[in-house]
Write a protein that binds this ligand. Structure first.
Ligand code: AMP
Length: 537
């Protein structure tokens, strides 16, 4: 695209795009003055009923690029019982709930029935919405197919199909489900397809299911995210070394740190790190795929509202979530997929603010760091802050059983670990595409979910409980061994990709509720620099 075209596109306003007055009024109320490149590139074609292939990441304004034209097109016609008019497929429950928020927000001048079909929520309420006739159906693939198999849903009335985050769907093993769903929807539909990257499997899918699509591509966000200070931080590779490095970093950054997301590669690390941070009195929450919907939403709400300062999260759980104004991102693990790095650091430095990201790096991470640097086209600097002073004081409060001021012994780390009652988790690298390979006792995970909903004031009590649980573990190695044996038999069940929709039903209908989760916070008219990046149409 020539720079002239780019300038012309940047000068576009929402009124130039052909959206209806009702939609324009909601956009004005959201405070947006200018469409982002993906919006400027996709909306006019989407309004004409063309298929779109949007290559864009979250954070580029891509949700509105399909929601706004859909709302305009939905103004004509009505939904019939069990026959939704549009279908949006999302890989995770959170993303689906977030898209629903977008429809509520931009569709405030429309009277549309919106149905959200996600796992972890009772079928009954969802059935009722379908029965009423849904203009907009937002679903995760597994739950959608479950409804269809129960005979509660007919897909032959779908006029517009959106497949969002297709590459994430691939990572999570959803492509066969997507293919099945595409085949159930009339050939005459319009398809809007979005993916951050285009691996061969995704290209094949678009060739099969899109008809002469208009391709709109926005360049990678990372290259333009210059307002984020990025640093690598050296660490020993053992979990307790990494945890110590993280604690020291947090302390060193304390003055500037408003709140932080701490990313781990695997669910087990999310769980363990969360427990460890609680033990050290950090105001932390956790977010991973094994938590039920209510716990996840509650955790997010607490973090957004500032009741939690630290959120430990896995990529799948955090992907695409719109969490405004995070001052720091810590990568407890170097991400295995370089693109995840871009997503992670993009959580800070939003809306033109400055942000900081620190990536804890061990010797074995070199090849992943190289891949990240190749992707972003830059070398990431090493953190040169001296953490040793913090380390010294850290050493004191870390060894309550050793007695204050006790000299450090050789082999201290292992002894400390025993002192702390921590087991040494078995180490195994996740394969590419795996969010997590649980290597810990299954029984630990509900603790995280429980703690998510627990009142923050109860944290101290929980910490005590964890401590006594740990010392009990120390006293009963035999029991622990048996629980590990049990975990290993549970493991195969856990290895299935995160299909929120196929998880066992919970008692409480924990569907996304407005009071659980404040409306998405946008950037208003303060569009961040990285959203203005070059678009290719
Ligand atoms: P998304 O890529 O859809 O996750 O959007 C990221 C964020 O950008 C959300 O907080 C939106 O509210 C916000 N946003 C979307 N479009 C615009 C726009 N044209 N101007 C400013 N902010 C926007």
């Amino acid at each position: 695209m020539s720079s002239d075209t780019q300038i012309a596109q940047e000068a576009l306003t929402f009124t130039d795009l052909g959206l209806s007055p009702k939609v324009l009024s909601a956009v004005t109320d959201a405070g947006y003055t200018q469409p982002t490149p993906i919006q400027a590139g996709a909306i006019p074609h989407a309004l004409l009923g063309k298929d779109i292939l949007g290559i864009a990441q979250t954070g580029t304004g891509k949700t509105a690029s399909f929601v706004l034209p859909m709302l305009t097109r939905l103004e004509k016609g009505r939904a019939r019982a069990r026959m939704p008019r549009t279908l949006i497929l999302e890989p995770t429950r959170e993303l689906a709930a977030q898209v629903e928020e977008n429809f509520i927000r931009y569709g405030k001048n429309h009277k549309l029935n919106i149905a959200l079909l996600i796992g972890g929520v009772s079928f009954d309420e969802q059935d009722k919405k379908l029965e009423r006739g849904a203009d907009v159906l937002i679903a995760t693939p597994g739950r959608l197919l479950d409804h269809r198999e129960r005979g509660k849903l007919l897909l032959n009335g779908v006029e517009i199909l959106v497949i969002d985050e297709a590459d994430r769907m691939l990572d999570m093993g959803f492509i066969p489900d997507i293919e099945r769903i595409c085949e159930m929807i009339p050939f005459t539909r319009q398809t809007l397809f979005f993916s951050a990257t285009m691996p061969p499997e995704i290209t094949k899918l678009t060739e099969k299911f899109l008809h002469a699509p208009v391709r709109v591509e926005v360049s990678k966000a990372a290259s333009a995210a210059t307002n984020i200070i990025q640093r690598l931080v050296k660490s020993g590779s053992k979990p307790w070394d990494k945890r110590e490095t993280l604690r020291n970093l947090i302390k060193a950054e304390d003055a500037e740190l408003k709140n932080a997301i701490i990313f781990c590669n695997r669910k087990v690390e999310v769980s363990e790190l969360f427990r460890s941070l609680l033990k050290y009195d950090f105001d932390a929450g956790a977010l991973h795929g094994d938590m039920d919907q209510r716990a996840r939403m509650q955790m997010l709400a607490n973090f957004r509202d500032g009741k939690l300062r630290y959120l430990v999260a896995s990529d799948v759980a955090a992907r695409g979530l719109d969490i405004p104004d995070v001052s720091h991102v810590f990568n407890y693990d170097v991400p295995i997929h370089a693109e995840d790095y871009v997503h992670r650091i993009g959580r800070t430095g939003r809306a033109g603010r400055s942000g900081k990201s620190f990536t804890i790096t061990t010797k074995s991470d070199t090849k992943y760091v190289d891949a990240i640097e190749r992707l972003i086209g830059n070398k990431i600097e090493w953190h040169d802050g001296d953490l040793s002073t913090v380390v010294a004081s850290e050493g004191e409060d870390e060894a309550p059983r050793r007695g204050r001021g006790a000299p450090r012994r050789a082999g201290r780390k292992d002894d400390d670990r025993k002192d702390r009652g921590e087991r040494k988790p078995r180490e195994r690298h996740a394969k590419p595409g795996e969010e997590a390979v649980p290597e810990t006792v299954r029984e630990e995970l509900p603790d995280v979910a429980e703690a998510a909903v627990a009142d923050i004031g109860e944290r101290r009590a929980r910490k005590e409980a964890i401590r006594s649980e740990n010392s009990e573990r120390q006293a009963a190695p035999e029991r622990q061994a048996s629980s590990e044996r049990k975990a290993s038999s549970d493991r195969s069940a856990q290895r299935t990709p995160e299909r929120g929709d196929t998880k066992p039903q919970r008692d409480r209908p924990a569907r996304h509720r407005q009071e659980d989760n404040d409306a998405t916070v946008g950037f208003g008219d303060d569009m961040p620099a990285f959203m203005r990046i070059v678009a290719k149409v």
